[in-house]
Structure formats: structure tokens, C-alpha cells
Write a protein that binds this ligand. Structure first.
Ligand SMILES: NC(=O)C1=CN([C@@H]2O[C@H](COP(=O)(O)OP(=O)(O)OC[C@H]3O[C@@H](n4cnc5c(N)ncnc54)[C@H](O)[C@@H]3O)[C@@H](O)[C@H]2O)C=CC1
Ligand SMILES: O=C(CO)COP(=O)(O)O
Length: 305
């Protein structure tokens, strides 16, 4: 396949490497790269959008001005929410490229591990099964196992929403709260993700798969996760600005938490962990007080709803 990769950060270069290793023709567009967007898009059969969320709307405008080759598959690998619409990145692509098959890719995929040749699995999801199958064939290898799914909303939201819970898990470890606390946080975090994800049209069972639970386990436990690193720093008492200054790369959960909390307030959705993450990120509440607020909520039945 001829593949255009948008974004030369950790994820874009990693996905480009996986595709190139399967002998596909790959061209990468990045702000500091040698190729123009037009050169990268020319004759592309698939466009992999691996940009940080903040860059997606602008990139879509530029792609729209140049046009996409007919039938090109748009694959979204960004894990974030759009500030203006509170929708995930694929909705922005879908709104402007309705004639193109849309695929989302998400899973427990720390770029640094994949680049080091460690094994990993992911999900490519689409309403167009043929398009998902083409991307599956294109990327699958001995080291990278690729599953398909029809629930593209759920698969994308799993990756988007877990970033907020990964920040909370980092805070928990930064405070030294132990394994019981983190297990409670991950489990109740998953319930919160399912509440939000099903509200936005994802299927509950999808969140128990690679892109939900799988990605939660990875990012809530690995210091390689940038979102976890942000939480860990906050748990250690550092201000957000100081943590972000030293962070290598993008932590989408910081913006996602604020966008989700605002949306949830307007829509009467219960997102207690996200609310506390926001309070800590905004410096409105020290992490110990956020913990106390979660522990003393109204007592209730376990359930996910
Ligand atoms: N790194 C990882 O392990 C994974 C990342 N992702 C997702 O992929 C997306 C990109 O993440 P990374 O590649 O890790 O980020 P990164 O921080 O490594 O790189 C981001 C790249 O985008 C460029 N950029 C920043 N603002 C831009 C703008 N306004 N216009 C054009 N380019 C801009 C930067 O120069 C940089 O090259 C995020 O949504 C992330 O959640 C998904 C799975 C794994
Ligand atoms: O989404 C990821 C792994 O699946 C990357 O996580 P971070 O963005 O927290 O580094």
C-alpha cells in the first residue's frame, strides 16, 4: 500500500516503521520533515493520522484544501477529544471526508516498546469491514498482532478515556497509595469509561478489550506512559507546569480531562474520577484531598452504571 503518515512524533514514526517493515511505501509529513503535505498525500491509498489532538483540525483543513485520492482510507490513531466539539478525532475526519472509509486504531501500544521490537497487539475498527481488513493485513506481523472490530466508536473512546485514568493512577503511585488503591482506581475508572463511552455510542463489551482494559493496564502501570508521568509528578507534589516542562511528548489526558468534565457537567454524566483529576490538574485541590473526596462519596452498590 502507499501510505501517508501525518505526524512525525513518537506514534507516527512508530506506525510508519511498522508499515515500512511490511514493505509498504510510506511517506511521513511532519512540521520539521522534508516532504510537503501534497507530496505525502499524492497517490496515497491510506492516510494514517497520528497527530496530537491539538493539531488535528488544522491538518484536516490543509488536507481538504489539497484533496485526498479517491477511495483512500483515513485511519485515525490520535487519542484525544476536540476542544470545540468534545468529540474524538475520528468525528472530525468523518465530518469532512464522509466519502472515505474511516478506520480507528487503538490498543495498549506504548510507542517506545514497539520501537524496541517488543510484542504488542492492537485493534483496527471500522463500520467498513473491508477497510479494517486491509489495515489489519497491512500492519500485522510476528511482533504486532492486529484485531478488527466493527465498534469504531468504542475502540476509539477506550484509548481516549483511559488517558485520564492513567493520570489518576500516576497520582496514586506518586502518593504511594499501594496496589489495592490502584486496583480500585483502575476498576472504577473502567466503570466510568463505560458510562461515558456507551453514552457516546460505544458498546460496553468493547471496553473490556484491548483498547479499554488493555490500554488501561499498560498506561496505569508503565512509567513510559506520558499521562502516568503527569499524574506521578502531581502525586509527588510538583505543580503541573513543572511536570509538563520536563515531559517528553504529548499527554492528551490533561486536555481530555477538562473537556470531558465540562461535557459531563452539561450532560448530567457522573465522572467522579475525571472531576478529581481536573481539580488536581487545575491546582484547586491537593492530591490527598482529591483522594478523600473519592473515598467519601455517597455509598452505593458496585455496578457500572
Ligand atoms: N506515543 C505513544 O505511545 C502513542 C501515542 N498515541 C497518540 O498519538 C498522538 C500523537 O502522539 P505522539 O506521537 O506520542 O506525540 P509526540 O508528542 O511524540 O509528537 C507529536 C508530534 O506532533 C507535532 N506537532 C505538535 N503540534 C503540532 C501542530 N500544531 N501541527 C503539526 N504537528 C504538530 C510535534 O512536533 C511532534 O512531532 C496522541 O494523540 C497520542 O495519544 C497513541 C498510541 C501510542
Ligand atoms: O496510548 C498510549 C499507549 O497505548 C500512550 O500512552 P501515553 O500517551 O500516556 O504515553
Amino acid at each position: 500500500m502507499r501510505i501517508a503518515v501525518l505526524g512525525g512524533g513518537a506514534w507516527g514514526t512508530t506506525l510508519a516503521g511498522l508499515a515500512a517493515a511490511q514493505d509498504h511505501q510510506v511517506r511521513v509529513w511532519s512540521r520539521s520533515g522534508a516532504l510537503s503535505l501534497g507530496e505525502v498525500l499524492a497517490q496515497a491509498e491510506a492516510v494514517f493520522s497520528c497527530l496530537p489532538m491539538a493539531a488535528v483540525a488544522g491538518a484536516i483543513d490543509q488536507v481538504l484544501a489539497l484533496g485526498l485520492p479517491a477511495g483512500a482510507i483515513v485511519l485515525n490513531a490520535t487519542k484525544g477529544l476536540d476542544r470545540r466539539t468534545a468529540r474524538p478525532a475520528s468525528s472530525l475526519w468523518q465530518a469532512r471526508f464522509a466519502d472515505h472509509p474511516l478506520v480507528v486504531l487503538s490498543g495498549p501500544n506504548l510507542a517506545a516498546e514497539i520501537r524496541a521490537g517488543l510484542p504488542a497487539a492492537t485493534v483496527v475498527a471500522s463500520a467498513d469491514g473491508q477497510a479494517a481488513g486491509r489495515i489489519q493485513q497491512c500492519l500485522a506481523s510476528e511482533r504486532f498482532r492486529v484485531y478488527t472490530s466493527a465498534d469504531w466508536r468504542g475502540v476509539e473512546l477506550g484509548g481516549v478515556l483511559k488517558n485520564v485514568i492513567a493520570i489518576a493512577a500516576g497520582v496514586s503511585d506518586g502518593l504511594g497509595l499501594g496496589a489495592n488503591a490502584k486496583a480500585a482506581l483502575i476498576t472504577r475508572g473502567l466503570a466510568e469509561m463505560i458510562r461515558v463511552g456507551t453514552h457516546w455510542g460505544g458498546l460496553a463489551e468493547t471496553f473490556y478489550g484491548l483498547s479499554g482494559l488493555g490500554d488501561l493496564l499498560t498506561t496505569c502501570n508503565s512509567p513510559l506512559s506520558r499521562n502516568y508521568q503527569v499524574g506521578f509528578g502531581l502525586g509527588k507534589g510538583q505543580p503541573l507546569e513543572a511536570v509538563l516542562e520536563h515531559l517528553q511528548g504529548t499527554a492528551e489526558g490533561v486536555a481530555t480531562a477538562a473537556i470531558l468534565a465540562e461535557y459531563a457537567r452539561r450532560s448530567a454524566l457522573e465522572v467522579p474520577i475525571t472531576e478529581q483529576v481536573c481539580a488536581v490538574l487545575d491546582g484547586l485541590r491537593p492530591p490527598t484531598e482529591a483522594l478523600a473526596a473519592l473515598m467519601t462519596r455517597r455509598l452505593r452498590e458496585e455496578g457500572g452504571g
